[in-house]
Design a protein around this ligand. Structure first.
Ligand code: CDP
Ligand code: CDP
Length: 224
């Protein structure tokens, strides 16, 4: 594959986007860009600054002094917020539960979308998020909308938590995921929706490998 295309992967929480996007990027020699990490980093900063996450003005006032850098590495992506490594801390439940409020603000989205377009300028990227195929890269050569049932997605997050050494309530996880999906899908600016030209990939009964293979096959069709 000589031509380096842009692959946009969108979908609800825990559908498998980042795991599969990373795998696809590795196989194609592309750069993986986790746009959710950028919204999480800003949310972490906003919580630390004690601002009201629902208040657009308060959150957006943080943007001029903010620098978010995604550094690709062999172990995945390192997230630097104002020079500090926040890769781990942006996955805490405080951030997870606050991120949809922060990412709904129009000024926040404009800032992030501009940054993300700049990062994808050269092509050869697999970018995952909620609005990549609709707003960030509407002319991406390949768009995938990845889904799975909410029960399966909660089960996956539960297993992930167990692997990290803590137990979680499956029903509670499913509720949290459903609330975040609803907020992300109903916000006025760049809601989570399937782009008309996105391929639907339901990973409920798919392994990670099968899903990655399916995307690589689709990418192959785009570069031929
Ligand atoms: O990995 P997970 O599905 O839990 O979420 P994420 O990709 O880390 O994204 C966290 C949150 O950031 C989402 O729930 C959205 O509120 C927001 N987000 C967004 O609005 N637009 C994107 N392109 C990516 C994430
Ligand atoms: O990025 P997103 O929130 O969409 O999902 P993820 O963080 O990549 O995936 C959530 C969890 O589901 C991870 O632990 C994956 O290993 C797992 N997964 C799976 O078991 N089977 C799949 N087909 C896809 C993901």
């Amino acid at each position: 594959m000589d031509k380096k295309i842009r692959i946009a992967i969108d979908g609800p929480a825990a559908a498998g986007k980042s795991t599969i996007a990373k795998l696809v990027a590795g196989r194609l020699g592309y750069t993986y860009i986790d746009t959710g990490a950028m919204y999480r980093a800003l949310t972490h900063k906003a919580i630390g600054a004690g601002v009201d996450l629902e208040e657009a003005g308060e959150v957006e006032a943080l943007l001029p002094g903010t620098q978010i850098i995604l550094e690709p590495g062999a172990e995945g992506q390192t997230v630097l917020l104002d020079g500090e490594d926040v890769t781990g801390v942006i996955r805490t439940s405080a951030v997870t539960n606050g991120v949809s409020a922060v990412s709904a603000h129009a000024g926040v989205r404009a800032y992030m979308v501009a940054e993300q377009r700049r990062m994808a300028r050269e092509g050869g990227v697999v970018m995952d998020g909620r609005d990549i195929g609709t707003a960030v890269l509407p002319d991406a050569e390949l768009k995938v909308f990845m889904t799975a049932t909410v029960e399966e997605r909660a089960r996956r997050r539960h297993l992930e938590n167990l692997a990290r050494g803590f137990d979680s309530d499956l029903g509670e996880l499913a509720r949290e995921i459903a609330i975040r999906d609803k907020k992300d899908s109903e916000r006025p600016v760049s809601p989570l929706v399937r782009a008309r030209d996105a391929v639907l990939l339901d990973t409920t009964d798919m392994t990670i490998e099968d899903a990655a293979d399916a995307i690589i096959r689709l990418a192959g069709e785009k570069v031929d």
